[in-house]
Design a protein around this ligand. Structure first.
Ligand SMILES: Cc1cc2nc3c(=O)[nH]c(=O)nc-3n(C[C@H](O)[C@H](O)[C@H](O)COP(=O)(O)O)c2cc1C
Ligand code: SF4
Length: 603
Protein backbone atom coordinates (compact mmCIF):
# COMPACT_ATOMS: atom_id res chain seq x y z
CA UNK A 1 0.00 0.00 0.00
CA UNK A 2 1.60 3.24 -1.12
CA UNK A 3 0.80 6.35 0.90
CA UNK A 4 1.09 9.66 -0.95
CA UNK A 5 1.92 13.01 0.62
CA UNK A 6 -1.72 13.99 0.11
CA UNK A 7 -2.87 10.92 2.09
CA UNK A 8 -0.43 11.84 4.86
CA UNK A 9 -1.60 15.45 4.97
CA UNK A 10 -5.24 14.37 5.19
CA UNK A 11 -4.59 11.77 7.90
CA UNK A 12 -2.40 14.12 9.92
CA UNK A 13 -5.06 16.83 9.66
CA UNK A 14 -7.70 14.45 11.02
CA UNK A 15 -5.45 13.48 13.93
CA UNK A 16 -4.47 17.07 14.71
CA UNK A 17 -8.16 18.00 14.87
CA UNK A 18 -8.68 15.51 17.72
CA UNK A 19 -6.01 17.10 19.95
CA UNK A 20 -5.31 20.46 21.55
CA UNK A 21 -3.01 22.59 19.39
CA UNK A 22 -0.10 22.85 21.80
CA UNK A 23 3.14 21.03 22.61
CA UNK A 24 1.62 18.99 25.46
CA UNK A 25 -0.30 17.06 22.80
CA UNK A 26 2.79 16.22 20.74
CA UNK A 27 3.36 12.69 22.03
CA UNK A 28 -0.32 11.65 21.75
CA UNK A 29 -0.38 13.06 18.20
CA UNK A 30 2.78 11.19 17.22
CA UNK A 31 1.39 8.00 18.75
CA UNK A 32 -1.79 8.34 16.71
CA UNK A 33 0.16 8.97 13.50
CA UNK A 34 2.38 5.96 14.16
CA UNK A 35 -0.73 3.81 14.71
CA UNK A 36 -2.41 5.08 11.54
CA UNK A 37 0.58 5.11 9.16
CA UNK A 38 2.97 2.58 10.78
CA UNK A 39 5.57 5.34 11.10
CA UNK A 40 5.86 9.10 11.42
CA UNK A 41 6.55 10.37 7.87
CA UNK A 42 8.52 13.54 7.32
CA UNK A 43 5.48 15.19 5.73
CA UNK A 44 3.46 14.51 8.89
CA UNK A 45 6.19 16.17 10.96
CA UNK A 46 5.98 19.27 8.75
CA UNK A 47 2.21 19.44 9.27
CA UNK A 48 2.55 19.02 13.05
CA UNK A 49 5.32 21.59 13.20
CA UNK A 50 3.12 24.17 11.51
CA UNK A 51 0.00 23.32 13.53
CA UNK A 52 1.67 23.33 16.95
CA UNK A 53 4.33 25.95 16.25
CA UNK A 54 7.12 23.57 17.27
CA UNK A 55 10.43 23.41 15.33
CA UNK A 56 10.67 20.48 12.95
CA UNK A 57 13.97 19.36 14.49
CA UNK A 58 12.30 18.95 17.88
CA UNK A 59 9.59 16.77 16.37
CA UNK A 60 12.27 14.68 14.69
CA UNK A 61 14.18 14.41 17.97
CA UNK A 62 11.08 13.31 19.88
CA UNK A 63 10.16 10.73 17.22
CA UNK A 64 13.62 9.22 17.30
CA UNK A 65 13.73 9.17 21.11
CA UNK A 66 10.79 6.85 21.80
CA UNK A 67 11.00 3.14 21.00
CA UNK A 68 7.35 2.94 19.89
CA UNK A 69 7.73 5.72 17.30
CA UNK A 70 9.72 5.35 14.10
CA UNK A 71 10.67 7.28 11.01
CA UNK A 72 10.84 4.06 8.95
CA UNK A 73 7.67 2.01 8.44
CA UNK A 74 7.13 -0.95 10.76
CA UNK A 75 4.75 -3.71 9.75
CA UNK A 76 0.97 -3.35 9.90
CA UNK A 77 1.37 -6.07 12.52
CA UNK A 78 4.18 -4.81 14.70
CA UNK A 79 5.25 -7.66 16.99
CA UNK A 80 7.71 -7.21 19.84
CA UNK A 81 8.88 -9.82 22.29
CA UNK A 82 9.83 -8.89 25.85
CA UNK A 83 13.57 -9.08 26.42
CA UNK A 84 13.35 -9.17 30.21
CA UNK A 85 15.53 -11.77 31.93
CA UNK A 86 12.36 -13.37 33.39
CA UNK A 87 11.17 -14.00 29.85
CA UNK A 88 14.60 -15.35 28.91
CA UNK A 89 14.32 -17.86 31.77
CA UNK A 90 11.09 -19.04 30.14
CA UNK A 91 12.80 -19.58 26.78
CA UNK A 92 11.82 -16.31 25.08
CA UNK A 93 15.00 -16.03 23.01
CA UNK A 94 14.54 -19.48 21.45
CA UNK A 95 10.86 -18.73 20.93
CA UNK A 96 11.78 -15.38 19.36
CA UNK A 97 14.08 -17.08 16.83
CA UNK A 98 11.26 -19.51 15.99
CA UNK A 99 8.77 -16.63 15.70
CA UNK A 100 10.96 -14.57 13.38
CA UNK A 101 11.68 -17.61 11.19
CA UNK A 102 8.00 -18.53 10.99
CA UNK A 103 7.11 -14.97 9.98
CA UNK A 104 9.97 -14.84 7.49
CA UNK A 105 11.48 -11.70 9.02
CA UNK A 106 14.82 -10.54 10.35
CA UNK A 107 14.41 -8.99 13.82
CA UNK A 108 14.33 -5.22 13.40
CA UNK A 109 13.61 -5.30 9.66
CA UNK A 110 10.10 -5.00 8.25
CA UNK A 111 9.03 -7.82 5.92
CA UNK A 112 9.17 -6.79 2.28
CA UNK A 113 5.40 -6.90 1.83
CA UNK A 114 5.09 -4.40 4.71
CA UNK A 115 2.68 -6.68 6.56
CA UNK A 116 4.74 -7.55 9.60
CA UNK A 117 7.78 -6.57 11.63
CA UNK A 118 9.31 -8.37 14.58
CA UNK A 119 11.73 -7.16 17.23
CA UNK A 120 12.63 -7.38 20.88
CA UNK A 121 11.60 -4.76 23.42
CA UNK A 122 12.36 -3.95 27.07
CA UNK A 123 10.35 -5.71 29.80
CA UNK A 124 6.62 -5.46 29.03
CA UNK A 125 5.53 -5.85 32.66
CA UNK A 126 4.18 -9.39 32.27
CA UNK A 127 7.03 -11.33 33.91
CA UNK A 128 4.52 -13.42 35.88
CA UNK A 129 2.99 -14.74 32.65
CA UNK A 130 5.76 -14.82 30.09
CA UNK A 131 7.08 -15.29 27.55
CA UNK A 132 5.25 -12.11 26.75
CA UNK A 133 5.11 -9.62 23.94
CA UNK A 134 3.11 -6.93 22.22
CA UNK A 135 1.27 -6.75 18.92
CA UNK A 136 0.55 -3.19 17.85
CA UNK A 137 1.08 -2.25 21.50
CA UNK A 138 -1.39 -4.79 22.92
CA UNK A 139 -0.12 -7.34 25.42
CA UNK A 140 0.25 -11.02 24.55
CA UNK A 141 1.05 -13.36 27.43
CA UNK A 142 2.09 -17.01 27.89
CA UNK A 143 3.37 -17.37 24.35
CA UNK A 144 4.46 -20.78 23.13
CA UNK A 145 5.10 -22.36 19.74
CA UNK A 146 1.48 -23.28 19.22
CA UNK A 147 0.30 -19.73 19.88
CA UNK A 148 3.09 -18.40 17.68
CA UNK A 149 1.90 -20.62 14.82
CA UNK A 150 -1.65 -19.37 15.29
CA UNK A 151 -0.48 -15.75 15.30
CA UNK A 152 1.65 -16.25 12.17
CA UNK A 153 -1.36 -17.75 10.42
CA UNK A 154 -3.55 -14.74 11.28
CA UNK A 155 -0.86 -12.27 10.31
CA UNK A 156 -0.33 -13.92 6.93
CA UNK A 157 -4.08 -13.93 6.30
CA UNK A 158 -4.16 -10.30 7.51
CA UNK A 159 -6.97 -10.92 10.00
CA UNK A 160 -7.65 -7.69 11.95
CA UNK A 161 -6.57 -7.77 15.61
CA UNK A 162 -10.17 -7.21 16.66
CA UNK A 163 -10.97 -10.66 15.22
CA UNK A 164 -8.17 -12.49 17.01
CA UNK A 165 -9.39 -14.59 19.98
CA UNK A 166 -9.84 -12.25 22.94
CA UNK A 167 -8.34 -14.89 25.26
CA UNK A 168 -4.94 -14.18 23.68
CA UNK A 169 -5.04 -10.68 25.13
CA UNK A 170 -6.14 -11.59 28.62
CA UNK A 171 -3.81 -10.44 31.37
CA UNK A 172 -4.04 -12.14 34.76
CA UNK A 173 -3.67 -10.34 38.08
CA UNK A 174 -2.07 -13.28 39.94
CA UNK A 175 -2.54 -11.82 43.41
CA UNK A 176 -1.02 -14.42 45.76
CA UNK A 177 -0.78 -12.65 49.10
CA UNK A 178 -2.79 -9.70 50.35
CA UNK A 179 -2.18 -7.50 53.36
CA UNK A 180 -3.01 -3.97 54.44
CA UNK A 181 -3.70 -2.46 51.00
CA UNK A 182 -5.10 -5.31 48.97
CA UNK A 183 -7.31 -6.44 51.84
CA UNK A 184 -8.90 -3.06 52.50
CA UNK A 185 -12.36 -2.72 51.06
CA UNK A 186 -14.12 0.58 50.63
CA UNK A 187 -16.58 2.28 48.35
CA UNK A 188 -15.39 4.82 45.80
CA UNK A 189 -15.62 8.29 47.30
CA UNK A 190 -15.39 7.15 50.94
CA UNK A 191 -11.79 8.31 51.44
CA UNK A 192 -12.52 11.60 49.74
CA UNK A 193 -15.61 12.16 51.86
CA UNK A 194 -13.60 11.40 54.97
CA UNK A 195 -10.94 13.90 53.83
CA UNK A 196 -13.47 16.68 53.38
CA UNK A 197 -15.20 15.87 56.69
CA UNK A 198 -11.95 15.68 58.63
CA UNK A 199 -10.52 18.74 56.90
CA UNK A 200 -7.47 19.28 54.74
CA UNK A 201 -5.03 20.16 57.54
CA UNK A 202 -6.12 17.22 59.70
CA UNK A 203 -5.79 14.83 56.75
CA UNK A 204 -2.25 16.06 56.11
CA UNK A 205 -1.59 15.27 59.79
CA UNK A 206 -2.84 11.73 59.20
CA UNK A 207 -0.51 11.43 56.22
CA UNK A 208 2.40 12.54 58.42
CA UNK A 209 1.35 10.08 61.15
CA UNK A 210 1.23 7.23 58.63
CA UNK A 211 4.94 7.63 57.82
CA UNK A 212 4.13 6.77 54.19
CA UNK A 213 7.17 6.92 51.91
CA UNK A 214 7.06 6.86 48.12
CA UNK A 215 6.65 3.39 46.64
CA UNK A 216 8.39 4.17 43.33
CA UNK A 217 11.84 3.40 44.71
CA UNK A 218 13.41 6.55 46.15
CA UNK A 219 11.27 6.49 49.31
CA UNK A 220 10.73 10.20 49.85
CA UNK A 221 8.21 11.06 52.60
CA UNK A 222 4.88 11.59 50.86
CA UNK A 223 3.35 14.05 53.33
CA UNK A 224 6.44 16.25 53.09
CA UNK A 225 6.26 16.29 49.29
CA UNK A 226 2.59 17.27 49.40
CA UNK A 227 3.22 19.97 52.00
CA UNK A 228 6.08 21.52 49.97
CA UNK A 229 3.86 21.61 46.90
CA UNK A 230 0.99 23.15 48.83
CA UNK A 231 3.30 25.86 50.19
CA UNK A 232 4.94 26.66 46.83
CA UNK A 233 3.77 29.72 44.88
CA UNK A 234 0.65 31.71 45.73
CA UNK A 235 -3.00 30.75 46.15
CA UNK A 236 -3.52 31.42 42.41
CA UNK A 237 -0.57 29.31 41.23
CA UNK A 238 -1.77 26.28 39.22
CA UNK A 239 -0.73 22.97 40.78
CA UNK A 240 -0.66 19.49 39.28
CA UNK A 241 -0.97 15.92 40.55
CA UNK A 242 0.84 13.35 38.44
CA UNK A 243 0.61 9.62 38.90
CA UNK A 244 3.73 7.82 37.71
CA UNK A 245 2.46 4.64 36.06
CA UNK A 246 5.50 4.24 33.86
CA UNK A 247 6.53 1.05 35.71
CA UNK A 248 9.55 0.37 33.51
CA UNK A 249 11.90 -1.34 35.95
CA UNK A 250 12.26 -4.87 34.55
CA UNK A 251 10.47 -7.39 36.73
CA UNK A 252 7.93 -4.90 38.13
CA UNK A 253 4.23 -5.32 37.42
CA UNK A 254 2.45 -4.43 40.66
CA UNK A 255 1.22 -1.08 39.30
CA UNK A 256 -0.35 -2.95 36.39
CA UNK A 257 -2.35 -5.03 38.88
CA UNK A 258 -3.29 -2.06 41.07
CA UNK A 259 -4.56 -0.19 38.01
CA UNK A 260 -6.50 -3.19 36.80
CA UNK A 261 -8.03 -4.09 40.17
CA UNK A 262 -7.94 -0.95 42.27
CA UNK A 263 -8.07 1.97 39.84
CA UNK A 264 -10.63 3.74 42.05
CA UNK A 265 -8.16 3.68 44.95
CA UNK A 266 -5.40 5.17 42.77
CA UNK A 267 -7.63 7.92 41.37
CA UNK A 268 -9.05 8.59 44.82
CA UNK A 269 -5.52 8.98 46.21
CA UNK A 270 -4.79 11.51 43.45
CA UNK A 271 -7.99 13.38 44.29
CA UNK A 272 -7.17 13.43 48.02
CA UNK A 273 -3.78 14.87 47.07
CA UNK A 274 -5.49 17.50 44.89
CA UNK A 275 -7.69 18.52 47.82
CA UNK A 276 -4.64 18.84 50.06
CA UNK A 277 -2.39 20.79 47.70
CA UNK A 278 -5.07 22.74 45.81
CA UNK A 279 -4.67 21.21 42.34
CA UNK A 280 -7.26 21.31 39.57
CA UNK A 281 -5.63 18.95 37.12
CA UNK A 282 -4.29 15.43 37.44
CA UNK A 283 -2.50 13.28 34.87
CA UNK A 284 -1.84 9.56 34.98
CA UNK A 285 1.24 8.78 32.87
CA UNK A 286 0.61 5.22 31.68
CA UNK A 287 3.49 3.34 30.11
CA UNK A 288 2.85 2.50 26.45
CA UNK A 289 3.14 -1.21 27.23
CA UNK A 290 -0.04 -0.95 29.33
CA UNK A 291 -2.22 0.09 26.41
CA UNK A 292 -4.47 -2.83 27.35
CA UNK A 293 -5.47 -0.90 30.51
CA UNK A 294 -6.31 2.35 28.75
CA UNK A 295 -10.01 1.87 27.98
CA UNK A 296 -10.70 0.31 31.34
CA UNK A 297 -9.11 3.28 33.12
CA UNK A 298 -11.05 5.74 30.95
CA UNK A 299 -14.25 3.93 31.97
CA UNK A 300 -13.36 4.24 35.67
CA UNK A 301 -12.68 7.96 35.22
CA UNK A 302 -16.04 8.34 33.51
CA UNK A 303 -17.74 6.50 36.42
CA UNK A 304 -16.08 8.85 38.86
CA UNK A 305 -17.21 11.91 36.92
CA UNK A 306 -20.76 10.60 36.91
CA UNK A 307 -20.56 9.98 40.66
CA UNK A 308 -19.38 13.54 41.32
CA UNK A 309 -15.92 12.35 42.39
CA UNK A 310 -14.25 14.28 39.57
CA UNK A 311 -15.13 17.43 37.68
CA UNK A 312 -16.61 20.66 38.99
CA UNK A 313 -17.50 20.89 42.70
CA UNK A 314 -16.17 17.46 43.66
CA UNK A 315 -18.58 15.87 46.17
CA UNK A 316 -20.62 19.06 46.00
CA UNK A 317 -17.84 21.13 47.56
CA UNK A 318 -17.86 24.61 45.99
CA UNK A 319 -14.45 25.55 44.61
CA UNK A 320 -13.12 21.99 44.61
CA UNK A 321 -12.70 21.38 40.87
CA UNK A 322 -10.45 18.54 39.82
CA UNK A 323 -10.22 16.17 36.89
CA UNK A 324 -7.77 13.50 35.74
CA UNK A 325 -6.64 12.58 32.22
CA UNK A 326 -4.60 9.66 30.94
CA UNK A 327 -1.39 10.13 28.99
CA UNK A 328 0.29 7.23 27.20
CA UNK A 329 4.05 6.87 27.09
CA UNK A 330 5.82 5.52 24.04
CA UNK A 331 8.47 3.07 25.22
CA UNK A 332 11.20 4.83 27.21
CA UNK A 333 12.31 3.56 30.64
CA UNK A 334 13.90 6.90 31.48
CA UNK A 335 10.44 8.53 31.42
CA UNK A 336 9.82 6.88 34.81
CA UNK A 337 12.29 9.38 36.26
CA UNK A 338 9.96 12.12 37.43
CA UNK A 339 11.55 15.10 35.67
CA UNK A 340 11.97 13.13 32.42
CA UNK A 341 8.31 12.15 32.75
CA UNK A 342 7.36 15.82 33.00
CA UNK A 343 9.46 16.64 29.92
CA UNK A 344 7.65 13.85 28.08
CA UNK A 345 4.27 15.30 29.13
CA UNK A 346 5.39 18.65 27.77
CA UNK A 347 6.09 17.12 24.35
CA UNK A 348 9.85 16.73 24.63
CA UNK A 349 12.38 13.93 24.67
CA UNK A 350 12.47 12.28 28.10
CA UNK A 351 15.70 13.83 29.33
CA UNK A 352 15.97 14.31 33.10
CA UNK A 353 16.15 17.92 34.23
CA UNK A 354 18.79 19.47 36.44
CA UNK A 355 17.59 19.40 40.03
CA UNK A 356 17.05 21.59 42.02
CA UNK A 357 14.57 23.04 41.37
CA UNK A 358 12.42 20.00 42.14
CA UNK A 359 9.01 19.30 40.65
CA UNK A 360 7.27 20.29 43.91
CA UNK A 361 8.13 23.91 43.11
CA UNK A 362 8.89 23.84 39.34
CA UNK A 363 7.28 20.82 37.76
CA UNK A 364 4.77 20.42 34.94
CA UNK A 365 4.64 23.65 32.90
CA UNK A 366 6.99 25.08 35.52
CA UNK A 367 4.28 24.89 38.19
CA UNK A 368 4.31 23.13 41.59
CA UNK A 369 3.70 19.45 40.93
CA UNK A 370 3.39 16.30 43.00
CA UNK A 371 4.63 13.16 41.25
CA UNK A 372 3.88 9.92 43.05
CA UNK A 373 3.89 6.26 42.22
CA UNK A 374 0.63 4.33 41.65
CA UNK A 375 1.03 2.36 44.89
CA UNK A 376 1.75 5.55 46.86
CA UNK A 377 -1.58 7.05 45.76
CA UNK A 378 -3.45 3.83 46.53
CA UNK A 379 -1.90 3.78 50.01
CA UNK A 380 -2.72 7.48 50.50
CA UNK A 381 -6.39 6.81 49.75
CA UNK A 382 -6.52 4.09 52.41
CA UNK A 383 -4.72 6.32 54.91
CA UNK A 384 -7.24 9.10 54.25
CA UNK A 385 -10.00 6.62 55.02
CA UNK A 386 -8.60 4.60 57.93
CA UNK A 387 -6.15 7.10 59.41
CA UNK A 388 -2.38 7.26 59.78
CA UNK A 389 -2.13 5.04 62.86
CA UNK A 390 -3.83 2.15 61.04
CA UNK A 391 -1.05 2.24 58.45
CA UNK A 392 1.86 2.94 60.79
CA UNK A 393 1.23 -0.08 62.99
CA UNK A 394 2.45 -2.34 60.17
CA UNK A 395 6.06 -2.44 59.02
CA UNK A 396 9.19 -1.21 60.76
CA UNK A 397 10.50 1.99 62.34
CA UNK A 398 11.67 3.60 59.09
CA UNK A 399 9.48 1.63 56.71
CA UNK A 400 5.84 1.92 57.72
CA UNK A 401 3.03 -0.06 56.17
CA UNK A 402 3.20 -2.76 53.57
CA UNK A 403 4.83 -3.24 50.17
CA UNK A 404 3.63 -4.92 47.01
CA UNK A 405 6.20 -7.22 45.43
CA UNK A 406 6.16 -8.39 41.83
CA UNK A 407 7.68 -11.86 41.98
CA UNK A 408 8.94 -13.60 38.87
CA UNK A 409 11.61 -16.01 37.70
CA UNK A 410 12.46 -19.43 39.09
CA UNK A 411 9.59 -19.90 41.53
CA UNK A 412 6.49 -22.03 41.53
CA UNK A 413 3.99 -19.22 42.11
CA UNK A 414 4.95 -15.93 40.41
CA UNK A 415 2.64 -12.97 40.97
CA UNK A 416 1.82 -10.18 43.41
CA UNK A 417 2.65 -10.56 47.10
CA UNK A 418 1.90 -7.90 49.68
CA UNK A 419 3.91 -7.99 52.94
CA UNK A 420 4.43 -5.65 55.85
CA UNK A 421 7.91 -4.15 55.54
CA UNK A 422 10.53 -6.05 57.51
CA UNK A 423 9.77 -9.44 56.00
CA UNK A 424 12.82 -11.62 55.32
CA UNK A 425 13.74 -12.85 51.87
CA UNK A 426 13.61 -16.38 53.25
CA UNK A 427 9.91 -16.02 54.10
CA UNK A 428 9.08 -14.52 50.72
CA UNK A 429 10.96 -17.27 48.89
CA UNK A 430 9.23 -20.00 50.89
CA UNK A 431 5.83 -18.47 50.09
CA UNK A 432 6.41 -18.20 46.36
CA UNK A 433 7.86 -21.70 46.08
CA UNK A 434 11.53 -20.90 45.60
CA UNK A 435 13.23 -22.50 48.59
CA UNK A 436 16.10 -23.69 46.36
CA UNK A 437 16.82 -20.21 44.99
CA UNK A 438 20.44 -19.34 44.37
CA UNK A 439 19.92 -15.57 44.38
CA UNK A 440 17.35 -12.80 44.10
CA UNK A 441 17.55 -9.52 42.21
CA UNK A 442 15.79 -7.12 44.58
CA UNK A 443 14.59 -3.83 43.09
CA UNK A 444 15.17 -4.74 39.45
CA UNK A 445 18.38 -4.20 37.46
CA UNK A 446 18.98 -0.90 39.28
CA UNK A 447 18.72 -2.74 42.63
CA UNK A 448 20.86 -5.38 44.30
CA UNK A 449 21.68 -9.00 43.67
CA UNK A 450 21.27 -10.89 46.95
CA UNK A 451 22.99 -14.25 47.32
CA UNK A 452 21.66 -17.31 49.13
CA UNK A 453 23.85 -16.67 52.18
CA UNK A 454 22.04 -13.34 52.68
CA UNK A 455 18.44 -14.60 52.63
CA UNK A 456 17.94 -13.51 56.26
CA UNK A 457 18.05 -9.90 55.08
CA UNK A 458 14.84 -7.89 55.26
CA UNK A 459 12.86 -5.71 52.87
CA UNK A 460 12.64 -2.08 53.97
CA UNK A 461 14.60 1.17 53.88
CA UNK A 462 16.78 -0.05 56.77
CA UNK A 463 18.15 -2.89 54.65
CA UNK A 464 16.90 -3.73 51.14
CA UNK A 465 14.88 -0.87 49.67
CA UNK A 466 12.83 -1.83 46.64
CA UNK A 467 10.31 -0.44 44.21
CA UNK A 468 8.86 -3.95 44.12
CA UNK A 469 10.74 -6.00 41.52
CA UNK A 470 11.74 -9.39 42.95
CA UNK A 471 13.35 -11.73 40.42
CA UNK A 472 14.28 -15.21 41.59
CA UNK A 473 17.12 -17.26 40.12
CA UNK A 474 17.56 -20.99 40.55
CA UNK A 475 20.88 -22.79 41.12
CA UNK A 476 21.34 -23.66 37.44
CA UNK A 477 21.39 -20.03 36.28
CA UNK A 478 24.45 -18.25 34.91
CA UNK A 479 25.21 -15.17 36.99
CA UNK A 480 27.07 -13.46 34.14
CA UNK A 481 24.16 -13.95 31.75
CA UNK A 482 21.95 -12.16 34.28
CA UNK A 483 24.36 -9.23 34.70
CA UNK A 484 24.76 -9.10 30.92
CA UNK A 485 21.02 -8.85 30.29
CA UNK A 486 20.70 -5.98 32.78
CA UNK A 487 23.77 -4.19 31.41
CA UNK A 488 22.37 -4.38 27.87
CA UNK A 489 19.11 -2.97 29.20
CA UNK A 490 20.79 0.12 30.63
CA UNK A 491 22.93 0.70 27.54
CA UNK A 492 19.76 0.55 25.45
CA UNK A 493 17.75 2.83 27.74
CA UNK A 494 20.39 5.50 28.42
CA UNK A 495 18.87 8.75 27.15
CA UNK A 496 22.25 9.85 25.84
CA UNK A 497 22.23 13.27 27.51
CA UNK A 498 25.40 12.92 29.58
CA UNK A 499 28.69 11.38 28.46
CA UNK A 500 29.51 9.14 31.46
CA UNK A 501 26.25 7.25 31.04
CA UNK A 502 25.99 7.35 27.23
CA UNK A 503 29.55 6.18 26.64
CA UNK A 504 30.03 4.33 29.92
CA UNK A 505 27.01 2.03 29.58
CA UNK A 506 28.13 1.13 26.04
CA UNK A 507 31.66 0.36 27.29
CA UNK A 508 30.28 -1.75 30.15
CA UNK A 509 28.15 -3.66 27.68
CA UNK A 510 31.02 -4.27 25.25
CA UNK A 511 33.50 -5.27 27.94
CA UNK A 512 31.05 -7.62 29.63
CA UNK A 513 30.15 -9.14 26.24
CA UNK A 514 33.84 -9.73 25.62
CA UNK A 515 34.26 -11.46 28.98
CA UNK A 516 31.09 -13.54 28.56
CA UNK A 517 32.26 -14.69 25.14
CA UNK A 518 35.57 -15.88 26.60
CA UNK A 519 37.78 -13.17 25.09
CA UNK A 520 38.31 -11.12 28.25
CA UNK A 521 41.61 -10.74 30.06
CA UNK A 522 42.35 -9.76 33.68
CA UNK A 523 42.93 -6.26 32.30
CA UNK A 524 39.32 -6.18 31.00
CA UNK A 525 38.05 -7.08 34.45
CA UNK A 526 39.96 -4.17 35.97
CA UNK A 527 38.65 -1.93 33.19
CA UNK A 528 35.10 -3.13 33.85
CA UNK A 529 35.35 -2.19 37.52
CA UNK A 530 36.91 1.19 36.77
CA UNK A 531 34.27 2.12 34.20
CA UNK A 532 31.51 0.87 36.52
CA UNK A 533 32.71 3.18 39.32
CA UNK A 534 33.01 6.10 36.92
CA UNK A 535 29.49 5.65 35.53
CA UNK A 536 28.11 5.27 39.05
CA UNK A 537 29.85 8.35 40.40
CA UNK A 538 29.54 10.85 37.57
CA UNK A 539 26.21 10.26 35.79
CA UNK A 540 23.55 12.94 35.72
CA UNK A 541 20.56 10.90 36.90
CA UNK A 542 19.50 7.74 38.68
CA UNK A 543 19.67 5.61 35.54
CA UNK A 544 23.39 6.13 35.07
CA UNK A 545 24.05 6.11 38.81
CA UNK A 546 22.60 2.60 39.10
CA UNK A 547 23.50 1.20 35.65
CA UNK A 548 26.65 -0.46 36.98
CA UNK A 549 24.87 -2.11 39.94
CA UNK A 550 24.35 -5.45 38.17
CA UNK A 551 28.08 -5.73 37.51
CA UNK A 552 29.27 -4.37 40.84
CA UNK A 553 26.86 -6.39 43.00
CA UNK A 554 27.50 -9.68 41.19
CA UNK A 555 31.26 -9.12 40.94
CA UNK A 556 31.41 -8.50 44.70
CA UNK A 557 29.61 -11.78 45.41
CA UNK A 558 30.88 -14.05 42.67
CA UNK A 559 34.35 -12.89 41.55
CA UNK A 560 35.22 -16.50 40.72
CA UNK A 561 32.43 -16.64 38.11
CA UNK A 562 34.00 -13.69 36.31
CA UNK A 563 37.54 -15.06 36.74
CA UNK A 564 36.51 -18.40 35.29
CA UNK A 565 35.45 -16.71 32.02
CA UNK A 566 38.74 -14.93 31.46
CA UNK A 567 41.03 -16.03 28.70
CA UNK A 568 43.89 -18.11 30.15
CA UNK A 569 47.21 -16.33 29.70
CA UNK A 570 50.27 -18.59 29.35
CA UNK A 571 53.81 -17.49 28.73
CA UNK A 572 54.35 -18.79 25.25
CA UNK A 573 57.03 -16.70 23.55
CA UNK A 574 55.57 -15.22 20.39
CA UNK A 575 58.76 -16.05 18.41
CA UNK A 576 62.00 -18.00 18.86
CA UNK A 577 64.56 -15.36 19.85
CA UNK A 578 67.57 -17.70 19.83
CA UNK A 579 66.61 -19.19 16.49
CA UNK A 580 66.08 -15.76 14.95
CA UNK A 581 69.54 -14.65 16.06
CA UNK A 582 71.27 -17.77 14.73
CA UNK A 583 71.80 -16.31 11.24
CA UNK A 584 73.18 -13.06 12.66
CA UNK A 585 75.57 -15.01 14.89
CA UNK A 586 76.78 -17.06 11.95
CA UNK A 587 77.33 -13.93 9.84
CA UNK A 588 79.26 -12.09 12.56
CA UNK A 589 81.24 -15.21 13.51
CA UNK A 590 80.02 -15.02 17.12
CA UNK A 591 78.60 -18.52 17.14
CA UNK A 592 81.88 -20.16 18.28
CA UNK A 593 82.47 -17.45 20.83
CA UNK A 594 79.05 -18.21 22.38
CA UNK A 595 79.75 -21.93 22.43
CA UNK A 596 83.11 -21.28 24.03
CA UNK A 597 81.54 -19.02 26.66
CA UNK A 598 78.96 -21.65 27.47
CA UNK A 599 81.62 -24.31 27.87
CA UNK A 600 83.71 -22.06 30.19
CA UNK A 601 80.65 -21.30 32.37
CA UNK A 602 79.80 -25.01 32.69
CA UNK A 603 83.38 -25.79 33.66
C1 LIG B 1 15.60 5.78 35.68
C2 LIG B 1 14.47 5.93 36.67
C3 LIG B 1 13.26 5.29 36.41
C4 LIG B 1 12.21 5.43 37.31
N1 LIG B 1 11.05 4.78 37.04
C5 LIG B 1 10.00 4.92 37.88
C6 LIG B 1 8.76 4.30 37.60
O1 LIG B 1 8.61 3.59 36.60
N2 LIG B 1 7.75 4.47 38.48
C7 LIG B 1 7.89 5.27 39.59
O2 LIG B 1 6.94 5.43 40.34
N3 LIG B 1 9.04 5.87 39.88
C8 LIG B 1 10.10 5.73 39.06
N4 LIG B 1 11.26 6.37 39.32
C9 LIG B 1 11.31 7.26 40.52
C10 LIG B 1 10.72 8.62 40.20
O3 LIG B 1 11.75 9.49 39.71
C11 LIG B 1 10.10 9.29 41.43
O4 LIG B 1 11.02 9.23 42.47
C12 LIG B 1 8.80 8.66 41.87
O5 LIG B 1 7.87 8.62 40.83
C13 LIG B 1 8.22 9.46 43.01
O6 LIG B 1 7.09 8.82 43.49
P1 LIG B 1 7.04 8.17 44.94
O7 LIG B 1 7.57 9.21 45.89
O8 LIG B 1 5.62 7.87 45.17
O9 LIG B 1 7.91 6.97 44.89
C14 LIG B 1 12.36 6.24 38.47
C15 LIG B 1 13.57 6.86 38.72
C16 LIG B 1 14.62 6.71 37.83
C17 LIG B 1 15.92 7.40 38.12
S1 SF4 C 1 22.58 9.33 33.43
FE1 SF4 C 1 21.99 8.37 31.48
S2 SF4 C 1 19.79 8.43 31.47
FE2 SF4 C 1 20.48 9.89 33.03
S3 SF4 C 1 20.67 11.84 31.97
FE3 SF4 C 1 22.66 10.88 31.78
S4 SF4 C 1 22.54 9.77 29.82
FE4 SF4 C 1 20.45 10.25 30.40
Amino acid sequence: MHTTDTDIIIKTGEILARHPADATALLPILRDIQAALCHVPHQAMIEISQALGIPLTRIQGVTEFYAFLSTEAVGRYDIRLSDSISDHLLGSRELGAYFAHALGVEPGITRQDGVVSFDYTACTGLCDQGPAGLVNGYALSRLDRQRVNEIVDRVNRQIPLADWPSAWFEVEDNIRRSDLLLESTWTPGAALQQTLTRGVAATLEEMIRSGLRGRGGAGYTTAQKWRFCREAGTAETPRYVICNADEGEPGTFKDRVLLNRHAHAVFEGMTVCAALIGAREGILYLRGEYLHLYERLEAVLEDRRRAGLLGRHVLGQAGFDFDIRLFLGAGAYICGEESALIESLEGKRGVPRNRPPYPVTHGYLNSPTVVNNVETFAAAASIALYGGAWFATAGTEKSRGSKLLSISGDCERPGIYEYPFGVTLKTVLADCGAAAAFGVQVGGPSGTFVARAEFDRTLGYEDLATGGSFMVFGPERDILAIARNFTHFFAHESCGFCTPCRVGTALLKNTLDKICEGHGTPFDLVELTDIARLVQGTSHCGLGQTAANPILTTLARYPEHYQARLKAIRFEPGFDLDGSLATARALTGRDDAQAHLAQTETA
